[in-house]
Design a protein around this ligand. Sequence first.
Ligand code: 2P0
Length: 360
Amino acid sequence: MTEKDFIPSEYKYQIEEGEVTWKSPSNIALIKYWGKEANQIPANPSISFTLNACATTTTVTYKKQKEEGKEFSFDLFFEGNLKEDFKPKINTFLKRVEAYLPFLKKYHFIIKTSNSFPHSSGIASSASGLSALALGLMSLEKELNPEITEDYFTKKASFLARLGSGSAARSIEGDLVQWGAYNGIENSSNLYAIKYPYNVHSVFKKYHDTILLVDKGQKEVSSTVGHNLMHGHPFSKQRFAQAHDNLTKLKEVFETGNLKTFIEIVESEALTLHAMMMTSLPYFVLMKPNTLEIINKIWEFRKKTNTHVCFTLDAGANVHVLYPESEKEEIFQFIKDELVAFCQNGQYICDQIGFGAKKM
Ligand code: 2P0
């Protein structure tokens, strides 16, 4: 499919008003997206676990205006309060998707959104937030044209979410989601994410992610700035090639359930992401001392116990601790005994692999 396929022809129906609510999860990348062209066209393919507990719930209420507006017309509520300062971000998003949703200026929207995770926990809400909003707008499109298929609905929701924020493209479906053109996966696309289409070993069917909140402060560097620093980065070519190689290796791991190799790839991806930040110009370090304390503790514990606990990182100091269901008691005990002490105010979130966004 190309961008053109997402431009609708005339709508069949007139819809005066309505309301829809979607709950959309966050996701954690195993192979990282870091580097992009315009409109969130990724420089390399990525793959993620969809999460379950970390989610945004967004209600979109729409009412047709007497006349089509010159600007977008919407009110935004975050956790019950009118949020003027979030409006520019939504406005930018609406501008980016307008060509694909030509009805936007015909309606007044009330957007009410809330997150399941604590505000400013350092967990990015762009993936869950923009995917939830994209789905809400797609629900209106489906009202206007009930003939669109489920497959088109899902792909276009991911496509629109991507225009808001790259990683949001991966938050529509579950449980393993791939985004970005890659030779080894049929129908993979830079435009939208797809559910990973091949066999996945049962060990990955129930995987845990305990998110350790090491530093809840505002990120010092926005992801958009970070992505852009991959332009002209001395190691970008090797990095992008490595992501393809890692995806090839991971494909085999998903088939066989080889956790040793899984750990190697996932931890290497996390550290490479941060290595890219440390070697860009300007350079920056988003890990905190406690991030490293936790990583070292995980390595020690894994060596001592032969369990399969591992970590991954986002573009921040928080640590995602990943482990299979069969080892959850032992590893969760370890997390409580030895890792939580390194969290800010002892805060952490127990999450696990999830199955995608839900209409409420
Ligand atoms: C990822 N991250 O694959 C990577 C790894 C963070 C670390 O995608 O500019 O918020 O909105 O496309 O998606 C975070 O960046 O950036 C991200 P934009 P996004 O999840």
